[in-house]
Design a protein around this ligand. Sequence first.
Ligand code: GLU
Length: 486
Amino acid sequence: MIHAPARPVRVRIAPSPTGDPHIGTAYIALFNYAFAKKHGGKFIVRIEDTDQNRFRKDSESMILDCLKWVGLPWDEGPDVGGPHAPYRQSERTQLYREYAQVLLDKGHAYRCFCSSERLEIVRKERMANKLQGGYDRHCRDLSADAVHQKLKSGEPFTIRMKMPLTGKTIFQDGLRGALEFENEGVDDQVLLKSDGFPTYHLANVVDDHEMEISHVIRGEEWISSTPKHVVLYDMFAWQRPEFTHLPLLRNADKSKISKRKQPTSINYYRRKGILPEALRNYLALMGWSYGEDREIFSTQEMVEHFSIERMTLGGPVFDLEKLSWVNGHYMRHLSTPEYVQFLQKEIFSTEHLNRIIPLIRDRIEKFEDFINATHFFFSGDLKYDTQLLLPKGRSAADTAQALSDALDALEVIESWTATEITSAMEQFLAAKNLKAKDIYMPLRVATTGAKETPPLFESMEVIGKEMVRRRVRCAIAALNTLPAAP
Ligand code: GLU
């Protein structure tokens, strides 16, 4: 149960810019936003970009653009600034180092000189012996002299927190009540890596404290990290925020929503012609009930009625049909000028047309042919003539397998340009020992619905990664309905 707020409500979302803006980020953002507005508080965006290995350069701007489009304006953030700037963790690394030092000085943390090779061996051994935690706390009790020697000889080190070895860590979750964890099972988490960058845990706690976050409302995948976080708050003698972990969006089979099973990028839904107010309404329904069996409500109405206790704990299944139903409702209520405006902005935007026209200008002779030649640049799912998907002499099963492997190769492309797609596909052909004709034609039909189209990879670039992947998945499903023999 979340109590009446004792301090000014300040909530945040803290996305990591590691890929396409995820629909789950919009979902978590919506509930943070509603909670902040309900309590006259502030909604903050903080970018957690300290994991340099997973970081993608264009991802932050995509996340901010998408959240703007979703329509959840934030009060403080990397683009709008605010009293606790900077809101990007990579610009705050000095702060984390200082706080790691505070913990060392208080005796709540220690330097760990173990090499990554040793850590790996220990981890495997412990796993084989079914021991809890991956690290044997080898450096926890090194003598001051030993530490001094190692520092003198320049050995690299990480800084780890000293988890209590016995007892329990308990925290209240806004939806689940008291959650208890045996300390014995919680690792001495690395807080600062040997390159001086913080891990998520240290940076997250330091920033939530520094930014005066009163309530942490985040996905339930972070529950197992929270004991470490609350111990850190206690070590620093800081007031803990109240924690609420929201149920995650799920695929139809109840697994955590994933791009292998359905589109997860906010851009996909935008490109599909979903109205932002419909998406907000739909995401609200996923985790919360308005009451009175009401399914259509504005975000303002949601804010007025919002209470976190009325959130549902069951894993909400993300259901495209239901989203379409909600969207249909909003679409029907648009005035004609609003309708036209939406089409011009989202579907037939100048930017989109500018990318399409060079691809088809040599292919048609009358403007009346434009729509026929380009419909797949504007539409969503396509209907397939399954025979077209099959190259001569190849079975449906082989073709479905090749498309499915191609999907994996497409997935890892970071910058979705024709050049990158071409090189990924060439590498894929070589690795799988496939011939161009075995895959390019099915891929062309899957992405465009036709055999004769503008250049494939350029078209794929314009159609967009998530839409291409969705269509290929649908084509595989269509092939799977055919008998296995050619
Ligand atoms: N950076 C984490 C993420 O990517 C934030 C988790 C949290 O809200 O604490 O979701």
